[in-house]
Design a protein around this ligand. Structure first.
Ligand SMILES: NC(=O)c1ccc[n+]([C@@H]2O[C@H](COP(=O)([O-])OP(=O)(O)OC[C@H]3O[C@@H](n4cnc5c(N)ncnc54)[C@H](O)[C@@H]3O)[C@@H](O)[C@H]2O)c1
Length: 345
């Protein structure tokens, strides 16, 4: 059996450090996810922060440590390049990885800050048949996969509306040029990706935002009405300066409803009302729990290897993530034109 060699750029929180959080389900990092597979060897790591790099080397028993990722790429014949650095470096690092001959790229979300560079990366990967997967990790979460299966099987009928929110605290005044955006960009990318996963292609958006420091700084809150090609409607809300983090989707169909998010999952189906004669109402039934649950970091890592074996991305592709990025930027553009309805690319 072939052993796939993995190198990671970025030994920070999502690359490695979050394994220290006692509350998170494990593994919860890329190092942990790839290390959990028997046909994979975590071979090399790179970080410009030497303290983090040393800690990473010790934790995963890696000797090939670098502060310059170009060196890591030239000295190790990597099968997979995993990119867990800051968003404004994702696409350029991935393109360098392709030049160095990696067979697949597993990259953190959002795909990049720069739309043009993100498009170039997706086109390059397609042209060279290099699978590019972006870590919209709920795509590998068995609960979300189960919800998707229920929808595909018609359990809640035809989707009519999707309401989603990712609510969080007030962000600092960070520059758009470097960070891309605020809550709609960083956490909202997961939500938009799931809107596309559950609801299909998006036709138009109408945005609204609060950007207290001006358009060169990231938003505090952004929301949008969304029109799906299917005719279904959506509403998305990102941020909003709350004292808590919440992430959830309310998917309402002609025959039922699925609520799924950080607080759990619920399934409702249409039943004859016990309260009003001649009415139909929603009744909660058991959400069909998966028999086995493993964190999406294992699923994502396994999917990366499968994608290399098949020569194409299996799920959560760069192309999917590019669509999410295009929609986020169209929402901002619409908000800056007083909510003008704009066609999604
Ligand atoms: N999928 C998720 O749910 C999720 C969660 C957290 C973060 N993220 C994403 O992961 C990425 C990293 O976020 P984080 O919270 O881990 O940040 P972090 O700052 O903790 O880690 C990033 C690491 O990259 C290193 N780095 C920066 N530039 C580098 C370079 N040129 N070469 C080598 N190393 C370099 C930094 O020193 C740092 O240690 C971001 O794109 C973020 O959006 C995703």
């Amino acid at each position: 059996m072939k052993t796939y060699k993995i190198g990671i750029i970025g030994c920070g929180r999502i690359g490695s450090l979050l394994e220290e959080d006692p509350l998170r389900g494990k593994p919860c990092t890329h190092s942990g996810g790839f290390s959990a597979l028997s046909n994979v060897k975590l071979t090399a790591g790179c970080d410009i922060d030497e303290t983090r790099l040393k800690k990473f080397g010790k934790q995963w028993n890696i000797k090939n440590l670098y502060t310059d990722y170009h060196e890591m790429l030239s000295e190790n014949e990597l099968d997979v390049l995993c990119i867990a650095t800051w968003t404004n470096q994702h696409a350029s690092m991935a393109l360098d990885g392709i030049r160095a001959g990696v067979k697949g790229i597993f990259c953190e979300k959002p795909i990049d800050v720069d739309l043009k560079l993100a498009r170039k990366l997706v086109q390059t990967c397609e042209r060279k048949n290099i699978p590019l997967l972006i870590n919209h990790e709920r795509r590998w979460d068995a609960y979300y996969q189960r919800a998707h299966k229920l929808i595909q099987a018609g359990k809640i009928g035809k989707i009519k509306t999707i309401i989603g929110n990712t609510l969080s605290w007030k962000p600092s005044a960070l520059p758009v040029s470097e960070y891309g955006g605020g809550p709609l960009f960083h956490d909202g990318t997961h939500l938009i990706d799931l809107f596309l996963y559950f609801g299909g292609p998006i036709e138009w958006v109408s945005g609204n935002e609060t950007r207290p420091k001006g358009i060169q700084y990231i938003e505090e809150m952004a929301c949008a009405m969304i029109g799906f090609k299917s005719g279904a409607m959506g509403f998305i809300e990102g941020g909003g300066a709350r004292n808590y983090f919440n992430f959830e989707l309310d998917i309402q169909g002609s025959e039922g409803r699925i609520l799924i998010g950080n607080s759990g999952r619920q399934l409702f189906v249409t039943r004859k009302s016990k309260r009003f004669k001649g009415f139909q109402e929603l009744e909660e039934i058991a959400f069909p729990e998966p028999k086995r649950y493993e964190t999406p970091f294992i699923g994502g890592a396994r999917n990366m290897i499968k994608s290399i074996q098949n020569g194409k991305p299996d799920s959560s592709s760069g192309k999917d993530a590019l669509k999410a990025l295009e929609i986020i930027y169209t929402i901002y553009k619409s908000a800056q034109q007083n909510g003008k309805r704009l066609k999604a690319k």
